[in-house]
Design a protein around this ligand. Structure first.
Ligand code: GLU
Length: 360
């Protein structure tokens, strides 16, 4: 009946917040009803929901000036409870259980934490429970933060091997001009071949959430490149989720077509981990040429000219050429001291095995 069996739905703060900055429970309830309907028809859903900070802000009167970090911690601590409590009651009214997963960047940087999160969500889905994911905004502050929940939703979609990632915002999709200009229209389909989109995209941020169209677009391209269809659509439209999953409907939205080449799940994890790399391996031109060739090659000690940063065995490292250009990322087979000792030496085990290597 519906065209996907497993989806990630990301709901942005702007969809869930009224003009006055309060939690829009009517909108939320409409979206929960749509998800409940999909769920009852066998679609597995992982929900990534923003709105913690915005709902906390609506609850509290702050009489003195708090700095941005502390106010975000305070609002999210209060707001997350309210947000999830609302979801809990709303899903319950449809006879569906939901559960909360709070996560942060660190949890994607080691394979063990990554697999623990995945296992938790898999067991929830197996038991018909809808995972509701958000960043742990109380602890993830400053440089520990995701760019925004669009980035988080991309990681979740990849980790959980969902067929589609649906990003619900308060706009119909990506426009080929200023969205307020009646002569511009929504770009309906974007593929690997579509030219650079940056000239079309408004750099203005959304008013309540952290993200903007540019990050949505970058994340969407990356996730689609990994074989997952990404849809940017308007969460305020009636029955938007049903119509997006219905083969016959022609809802206005932007679809990033899934690329045909499938990455293994370990490569997907590595591909998404470049932001969390612990160090860098510098390589010579010969190694670069080999890595960029179409052959499946590993990175050997002889190709390494230098090592930057401190890392442990199995951490993610960046791979850079002599000009400092990032060539790829990979899981390293030894710690940084050993890598320094091995650099430039003939023979020995690969520092990054092909199976754990992602070339950009
Ligand atoms: N995690 C934040 C919240 O729940 C939202 C981040 C974003 O806007 O992308 O308020």
């Amino acid at each position: 009946m519906y065209k996907y069996k497993r989806i990630t739905v990301k709901i942005g703060s702007n969809v869930l917040t009224t003009k006055e900055g309060m939690l829009d429970t009517a909108r939320m309830s409409a979206l929960v009803s749509q998800m409940a309907e999909l769920h009852k028809n066998g679609v597995e859903i992982i929900l990534v929901s923003s709105g913690a900070v915005a709902s906390g802000r609506g609850e509290l009167q702050i009489d003195r000036k708090l700095d941005a970090v502390k106010s975000r911690q305070l609002f999210s601590a209060v707001g997350q409870v309210k947000l999830v409590n609302n979801y809990y009651e709303m899903f319950k009214s449809h006879g569906i259980n939901c559960g909360q997963i709070l996560t942060m960047k660190e949890n994607f940087s080691t394979r063990r934490l990554y697999l623990n999160q995945k296992q938790c969500m898999e067991v929830m889905l197996e038991h018909g429970v809808i995972p509701i994911v958000n960043e742990n905004d109380t602890v993830a502050v400053t440089e520990l933060m995701f760019t925004d929940n669009d980035e988080l939703s991309g990681l979740i979609a990849t980790m959980m091997d969902t067929e589609a990632l649906i990003i619900l915002s308060n706009i119909d999709g990506i426009y080929d001009g200023d969205p307020t200009d009646p002569s511009s229209s929504v770009i309906r389909s974007i593929s690997d071949e579509t030219e650079d989109l940056s000239s079309y995209i408004q750099t203005k941020k959304s008013s309540f959430g952290r993200g903007g169209m540019m990050t949505k677009c970058n994340i969407a391209r990356k996730v689609a490149h990994e074989g997952i269809t990404v849809i940017i659509a308007n969460g305020r439209r009636e029955n938007i989720l049903q119509s997006l999953l219905d083969d016959k409907s022609d809802t206005v939205c932007t679809v990033f077509e899934a690329s045909k080449h499938e990455l293994s799940s370990i490569k997907k994890w590595i591909a998404h981990s470049d932001g969390y790399a612990k160090g860098t391996l510098l390589i010579n031109d010969k190694a670069k040429e080999r890595l960029l060739s179409d052959n499946a090659v590993s990175l050997l000690p002889i190709g390494i000219t230098g090592v930057e940063g401190e890392f442990e065995k199995d951490d993610i490292v960046r791979i850079k050429d002599g000009q400092g250009v990032i060539i790829g990322v990979g899981k390293v087979s030894c710690n940084s001291d050993k890598a320094i000792a091995l650099a430039g030496k003939k023979g020995g085990k690969p520092l990054v095995h092909y199976d754990y290597l992602y070339i950009e």
